[in-house]
Design a protein around this ligand. Structure first.
Ligand code: AMP
Length: 289
């Protein structure tokens, strides 16, 4: 079955209704396009959970701040379609902004509290409201059995789990591991913004996270590790660092001292035109993930 692309909610719903009538299980993989192997790995995971896989491609204006890269964000639909076809994805949903936000659109979806006012929620005000709004719409438009999200955007995954549970959206939210380049840089559509010399130093982010993770898992005090990590990131040419923090893997509560329960180290830092994010799991006493 080769890839079909639809641009309207009506066509999306008609295709999904046809699959449902055949008793098939459906998975959704929401993306903003400019696809790379990280996105494709989500489609493979989707395939393990479903008979039919939908990938949505939509650069959602409401999750970008006024001075962010909405205009510059790469839009590469023909290339994306080739990758999805080769990956065996059945349906690409690529709506226009007007299709998603028609005249008169007035509804917000907002997740309150500790999960959204830290990390990217603090450095990108309104970002997670935009994410919650668009993902709610995509889930209700396609009504899949499951939806796949990368741990690359770990806080986003937690926020999506929260509102899907709070709003009783009948979908399994499945997290997927981070895919990295050979030198450890987390794959990202925004890596395209990096100039060659920036690309060469970009893996520093992953290296610093891996070093801190290894030490913190053995019980080392976090403050000196984080201070040294910040120095190394700045020395590599990143500026500014939005955050370098260790937080509880479930609640995202800040950890200041040592790691005694499952945690996550998070970083966001700017390198040239790109704002890069990454994170690692810290398992106390265990091996780094
Ligand atoms: P984006 O197109 O950047 O909005 O990402 C779409 C989905 O792909 C999100 O669930 C991301 O977390 C996921 N994703 C992006 N990069 C990676 C990666 N390197 N590994 C795994 N998942 C990723």
């Amino acid at each position: 079955m080769s890839l079909t692309t639809v641009h309207t909610v009506a066509d999306l719903r008609a295709t999904v209704a046809d699959w449902r009538a055949q008793g098939l299980r459906v998975a959704l993989v929401p993306t903003m396009g400019a696809l790379h192997d990280g996105h494709i790995s989500l489609t493979h995971l989707a395939r393990e959970h479903a008979d039919r896989v939908i990938v949505s491609i939509f650069v959602n204006p409401t999750q970008f701040g006024p001075n962010e890269d909405f205009g510059a964000y790469p839009r590469t639909l023909p290339d994306d379609q080739k990758l999805l076809d080769a990956a065996g994805v059945e349906l690409c949903f690529a709506p226009s902004v007007d299709e998603m936000y028609p005249d008169g659109f007035a509804t917000k979806v907002s997740v309150d509290g500790a999960m959204t006012n830290v990390l990217c929620g603090a450095s990108r005000p309104g970002h997670f409201d935009g994410v919650a709004q668009i993902v709610t719409k995509l889930l209700l438009q396609s009504l899949p059995d499951c939806a796949i999200f990368g741990q690359k955007d770990y806080q986003q995954l937690m926020v999506i789990r929260r509102f899907a549970a709070d709003l009783n959206i009948p979908v399994d939210i499945i997290g997927a591991k981070i895919l990295r380049e050979e030198d450890g840089l987390a794959m990202s559509s925004r890596n395209r913004y990096l100039l060659p010399d920036e690309r060469a130093v970009a893996p520093t982010l992953n290296r610093v996270l891996a070093d801190i993770t290894a030490q913190a898992a053995k019980g080392a005090a976090l403050a000196p590790l984080l201070a040294k990590g910040r120095e190394d990131i700045l020395a590599a040419g990143f500026a500014p660092i939005d955050y370098l923090e260790v937080r509880d893997a479930e609640t995202l509560e800040l950890m200041n001292d040592t790691v005694k329960k499952p945690a996550r180290i998070f970083v966001a830092a700017r390198l040239g035109k790109a704002r890069l994010i990454d994170n690692h799991a810290i398992i106390p006493g265990g091996s780094a993930a």
